[in-house]
Design a protein around this ligand. Sequence first.
Ligand code: ZN
Length: 420
Amino acid sequence: MSLMMLKELIRNSRRINKYFCHNYHLQVHRNYNFSYDRLKEYRGDTPTRLLNSAAGNAVAYNNFITLDNSLNPKPLNFNLIWLRDHCRCPECYNYSTNQKRCSILDIAQNASVKECTVENNILKIIWTDNHKSTFSLEWLSQFYNNTKKCECPVLWNKRIMKSLNIKSIDVKDFLYSDKGILELLTSVLRFGVGFIKNVLPTKEATEQVIQKISHTQRTFFGDMWEFTDSLDHEDTAYTRDALGAHTDNTYFSEAAGLQVFHCLHHDGEGGETLLVDGFYVAKHLKEKYPTSYQRLTSTFIESEFKEAEKHYLACGPILKLNSITGELEQVRFNMYDRAPLKTVAMENMQDFYEDFINLSKIICDPQNEWWFKLQPGTVLIFNNWRVLHGRAAYTGHRRIAGCYIGYSDWHSKARTLGLL
Ligand SMILES: [Zn+2]
């Protein structure tokens, strides 16, 4: 059929019935792969009338369906395999396990449309194997309009932190109401940090509080750990020395998501806690040294932890970007745990050290440091993918209880609370 003939045919099809229209479209588009706009142009009216549906219309093309409806300013395209893959009928989706039931091999084979209609904001598809799927347009629209609210990080340095006035949540509110945990996780999502007050200064009471968020992440440090100045592990944390700002677990393929500290006892001087907002310093680096920022997001370096019978090693960029959004997702900064550097070519080594020094200077700038003394009774919880921590040297006897919580675990909790 020539283009002219086709044009004529479409012009003459104004009175064509709805069912025929569907098939007609399918045929036309299979053969000529017309765009939605061209079809509109040839017909001289809108496909809404063509399909004669009250709330919208659907046009099936070779491998997608175009939907036009009042919920969206623009027509939406849905791939046919995608639609069949997302069929939510009980045959395709198991509502008791929230899992798909079908094999992708069967789905792909049966992803051709016999008929599709939109009525009352529901897209109904009859597939060529006579399987039926229905989708609400509202449900489909979410894949185009990302309207989900999420807590945007508020970046801080020393000055900004003073004005933020992060509120500590009382342990009773935290343990016995949903409001408390909602506030705590909101604070962690927003500032990277949250506090719970009036907790008994024991490891057990700290653990009880933590369980409200999730189970702990077990590592070679244990589940709930308690560290003092006795060298239980070959790690600087287990001394009285000062510790520069760093993130933990750069030697794990997935670093702990949250870190929890509770000072149970200290009878000496010093030992103040240092926190630095890694997202703030990365933003500062990006503005001041964009090339350094770019290279630190794409240069992979190794970090390691070694003691008897153990050798952990992981490789990653110091500034890790989310692979979908391209936004900064994780700061992996630890001066102490860097493995012998062999992943950077010698001819690029000078650049790497310049970049690393540029970032380190910003991290160590006192303007970006937030110092405070942890008191028994107050549990500190912070995002180890964002906030760097350190401490001042101290005297006397000091006991800190704490633990890690997995990134997936605290995100799961935040998602169930509607925060993600
Ligand atoms: Zn189905």
